[in-house]
Design a protein around this ligand. Structure first.
Ligand SMILES: C[S@@+](CC[C@H](N)C(=O)[O-])C[C@H]1O[C@@H](n2cnc3c(N)ncnc32)[C@H](O)[C@@H]1O
Length: 230
């Protein structure tokens, strides 16, 4: 018998976000504050501003390089920002750039949602769960961790749809697929309510609530705002 036939270091080989140079370039410019603010970020920041108290802690779940931090600073929203993301190169980018804008590098954590626990006042999660295999485990964790609110911007509609499709925006030679899931609105809202929160559906400003092509595929972007019941 030869050695072990199984490798245990293949995660990055199959992790789409580590094979997207164009996305990395865009994230770098956004992290440097050289791009216009995303409407999804401005809307999320406005929704957050309505419910934060000075000094509240905010977890940006699937933060990329932490670009959303700029939206908080721009509005003078006085919170303690924390970001978690599973893509090492995004976290490295944020740790390199955002301290120049006032964010201590240790506020950006390299971890997956399975790894995290603890308590924060608010969780925001923008354009993340629609591109992973399912929402239950991460959303359960966010609802457990959030003392006050969870703000989601994901692809949701009446009647869920799960798809796994070629990602044509990756680097040459990266032949990988991406989850393009549209979660059933009523099901997600019931899940949120079952975990002790109210849920409010808010029309997405960027798309006006209309189907919208992102990475070549239609998405149904919507905000759900969950406030913990008293
Ligand atoms: C489309 S990007 C959105 C980034 C950011 N929320 C924004 O709006 O700019 C999705 C992010 O989710 C992260 N992600 C995906 N699955 C994850 C997981 N299981 N744990 C932590 N981060 C994850 C990816 O690394 C990627 O940075």
């Amino acid at each position: 018998m030869t050695g072990c036939p199984i490798r245990t270091d293949a995660r990055d080989t199959y992790w789409t976000w580590e094979h997207a140079s164009d996305v990395h370039e865009l994230y770098r410019r956004r992290t440097l504050g050289q791009e216009e603010e995303m409407t999804a970020h401005s809307q999320a920041a406005d929704l957050l501003a309505e419910r934060v108290k000075p000094g509240d802690t905010v977890l940006d779940a699937g933060c990329g390089s932490g670009i959303f931090y700029h939206s908080l600073v721009k509005r003078g929203i006085d919170v303690e920002y924390w970001g978690v993301d599973a893509t090492a190169s995004f976290i490295e980018m944020g740790r390199e750039i955002l301290p120049k804008f006032g964010l201590p590098s240790e506020r950006l954590l390299h971890a997956t949602f399975d790894d995290i626990d603890g308590e924060v006042d608010h969780v925001i999660c923008i354009n993340v769960l629609s591109h992973i295999d399912n929402y239950h485990r991460p959303l359960e964790r966010f609802l457990k961790m959030a003392r006050k609110s969870v703000i989601l911007r994901e692809s949701m509609k009446h009647g869920g749809q799960y798809q796994y499709l070629p990602d044509r925006h990756l680097d040459e030679g990266a032949d990988l697929s991406v989850h393009v899931n549209h979660y059933d609105l009523d099901e997600v809202r019931a899940f949120i309510v079952d975990h002790g929160f109210n849920s409010r559906l808010v029309t997405d400003e960027h798309t006006g609530g209309e189907p919208y092509k992102s990475i070549d595929y239609l998405h149904y972007w919507s905000f759900l705002v969950a406030d913990r019941k008293a």
